[in-house]
Unconditional design. Structure first.
Length: 36
């Protein structure tokens, strides 16, 4: 059970990082498009 818990934590962290970077990138792109 401990190993499964570790795997779930890793997956959750990776998913959070992916979504956060994606939203940050889209925000930057939106700012750049608005400025142009």
């Amino acid at each position: 059970t401990y190993l499964t818990f570790e795997v779930w934590i890793t997956i959750t962290l990776l998913y959070f990082l992916l979504t956060y970077s994606c939203s940050w990138l889209s925000g930057r792109l939106e700012l750049r498009l608005r400025r142009a």
